[in-house]
Structure formats: C-alpha cells, structure tokens
Write a protein that binds this ligand. Structure first.
Ligand code: S3P
Length: 179
C-alpha cells in the first residue's frame, strides 16, 4: 500500500443493502471511532431527503453533492465513513477517500441484496418497474469500482458481527504495519 496515505479513518463502500450502515456502526463502537454516513451528511447539509433531491434536481445534482461532501471528509480522524452505493463510481471520490481512509468494500449477490432492500422504499434508484434487474445491471457496472478497495469482504454468509470483526482486524493490521 502506498505509504503516503494517512489511514486514520475507515471508509465502507459497496452496493445498497450490503450492510455498510450496520457494520459501520459496530466497527465505530468497537474502535471508539465516530460514525458518519455520506447520505445523512447530504440530507443534513441540504435539509432535504435524498429521494427529493433525485426527484426534483436529478441524479447528476446528487452526485455533485456527494463529490463535495467527500472532499470535506479529508479533515476527519478516527471516523468510520459509510458511503452511498454509487459514490465510488466517481474516481475522484475513491482517490480522495484513499488518502485518509482504509477503504473496505462490502459485497453481496444481487439475490441477497434484493432480499435486504425489497421492503425499504427510500432508495430512488430502485423505484423501477423491475428492481431486481436494475440491481443486477447497476452491480455489473459498479463491480470494477468496488473492487478497487483495499479490502473486499463478502457479507452474504457472515453475520454483521463477523464482518465488523474482519474490518477491525484489517484496520489494526494496517495501522500496526505502518508504525
Ligand atoms: C445510491 C445508494 C444510496 C443513496 C442513493 C443512491 C446508489 O445509499 O446514496 O439512494 O447509487 O446506489 P445506500 O447505499 O446507503 O443505500
């Protein structure tokens, strides 16, 4: 890993429904780090819901907000950052996160993702006539970006606790390797 990086944070990337929020909260608790979710930051800063931003201003406007928020994250320390599912598709975002965070990608199959998100209505990209097909298509497009993470973890057959443990372990390994 490039030694110019200051790995003081952890960034979780991955598709909707792969467990970024639940894993992220647990990792933060275990490391006594702060926890932050880029979607929540966008909603707080704009005073608007993600669904409204998508519906009223369109996806490109949302992506611009994401890029602005990612730039602001570089000043954080000891923070677990859960990112929106489409955020790493912008190479600037991934490059920026990598300067200060160990980037961990959570991965699940489209079937498992569908099982997890099917009863939730707050994700505009899944407001589609065939959401399962949409998941498969988006996942195929995004896979190469998710794979650019430092650590890849399949969350499908592991509990939230097990995945969190892996993330903590990888972070400690990386931190101790740099002392
Ligand atoms: C999106 C995922 C959402 C949110 C927005 C767009 C995406 O975040 O950022 O609805 O493009 O996959 P989660 O991955 O936290 O659901």
């Amino acid at each position: 890993m490039n030694n110019d990086r200051q790995l003081v944070n952890i960034a979780l990337i991955g598709f909707m429904g792969t467990g970024k929020t639940s894993v992220g909260r647990l990792v933060a608790e275990q490391l006594r780090f702060d926890y932050l979710d880029t979607d929540e930051v966008i909603q707080t800063q704009t005073g608007r819901l993600i669904t409204d931003i998508f519906a009223e201003d369109g996806e490109p406007a949302f992506r611009a907000l994401e890029e602005k928020i990612v730039g602001e994250l570089a000043r954080l320390t000891k923070t677990v950052i859960a990112t929106g599912g489409g955020l790493p598709v912008n190479p600037k975002n991934l490059a920026s996160l990598k300067t200060h965070a160990l980037v961990v990608s959570l991965w699940s199959s489209p079937e498992k993702i569908w099982e997890r998100v099917r009863h939730q209505g707050h994700r505009p990209l899944l407001h589609d006539a065939d959401p399962q097909k949409k998941i498969r298509e988006l996942l195929a497009v995004r896979e190469p970006f998710y794979k650019q993470a430092d650590v890849l973890l399949n969350t499908e057959l592991r509990s939230v606790r097990e995945v969190a443990q892996q993330v903590v372990h990888q972070f400690r390994l990386e931190a101790s390797g740099r002392r």
